[in-house]
Design a protein around this ligand. Sequence first.
Ligand SMILES: Cc1cc2nc3c(=O)[nH]c(=O)nc-3n(C[C@H](O)[C@H](O)[C@H](O)COP(=O)(O)OP(=O)(O)OC[C@H]3O[C@@H](n4cnc5c(N)ncnc54)[C@H](O)[C@@H]3O)c2cc1C
Length: 345
Amino acid sequence: MTTEAVTDALVIGAGPAGLFLAFELGLLGISCHIVDAQEHPGGQAATLYGDKPIYDIPALPRVTGQELTERLLEQLRPFAPAMHLGEEITTLAAGGDDGGWRLTTSRGSAFHASCVFIAAGVGAFAPRRLKLEGIEALEGSQVFHWRPTAGALSGQRVLVVGGDELALDRIDSLLADASPPASITLMHRRAVVQAPAETLARFEAQCAQGRVRFEVGQVSGLQIENGRLSAVDRSGPDGDLPPLAVDAVVVAQGMSPRLGPLADWGLVLERKQLPVDPANFGTALPGVFAVGDIVQYPGKKKLILSAFHEATLAAFAAADLLDPARSQVLQYTSSSSLLQGRLQV
Ligand SMILES: Cc1cc2nc3c(=O)[nH]c(=O)nc-3n(C[C@H](O)[C@H](O)[C@H](O)COP(=O)(O)OP(=O)(O)OC[C@H]3O[C@@H](n4cnc5c(N)ncnc54)[C@H](O)[C@@H]3O)c2cc1C
């Protein structure tokens, strides 16, 4: 679904920085849209260490990347920002006579925003793709670079390609499905699969029970008949093997971030990072702010707690820009009836 929206604020990135920024904007009475290239919020925390605990979030002695994301979403709920997932912001250009900025996405959505917040972290995450002739046409029907939807591969012969935790996670969710695949083969180019001990032990048990077959090898081609994938060509450590009949291929070779279109927006990047003014997190473009891992300023630390601070100052700076006459009196959530009203508490 595409969107055409006019908004005070548009946040690029639903990682920890973008989510907390949307909360701070909400407290200041500014509504926003959030756009993220990934199908789920949470940025690196959800994608790279969703089930691993981190220990340096203030007042949360131990929290996993996924739990942190869920807590940030819960905190943000009163402000109900419009969240657009699975869409990459591809262009940012001056908004013309109306001022502000015009942004478009990879799905054809368009936004006109008075203020823009770049919370793009290390870039938009995309799955490392299997590069084979004819693969694009099968994407979403028989080849899946993202997690297939529940039940999509019911009763099918599934090949999972990958050799780390992501591949084993995909296998776990396929097996946990109410209507699982008929068979699952994991193919990895090395004999060793890299994953935490607990995940590895679970995988070994799945193999021992015959629920998953592990094969060392590589997919070298796709056999497509009448537009449908029927088998994959493969090679093993000792050379080519006979084709493997499959109905679906799940590619789980990891995710890699790419800065992508951001480099073309007329912003000066220094070593793939945006220099900002640490007093207000403004960039060189008026009304365009940046926070989180994407920014660079003296003393910058790529930590979530730093991103929270940056988000707060950027939100205040945007509020001043949007309403120069607004009161400068700092309000506390513990005592301000205005803020409590906005929080619906
Ligand atoms: C393995 C690992 C462990 C870590 N452990 C800790 C820890 O213990 N404590 C800690 O404080 N920090 C830790 N970090 C660092 C922390 O994850 C980052 O500082 C934090 O995620 C930065 O948040 P962010 O929102 O700036 O960026 P990100 O989390 O990278 O989120 C940015 C989001 O922007 C999206 N995006 C980018 N470009 C676009 C675009 N053009 N259009 C739409 N969306 C876009 C991306 O898809 C992504 O979802 C760790 C990092 C890693 C890799």
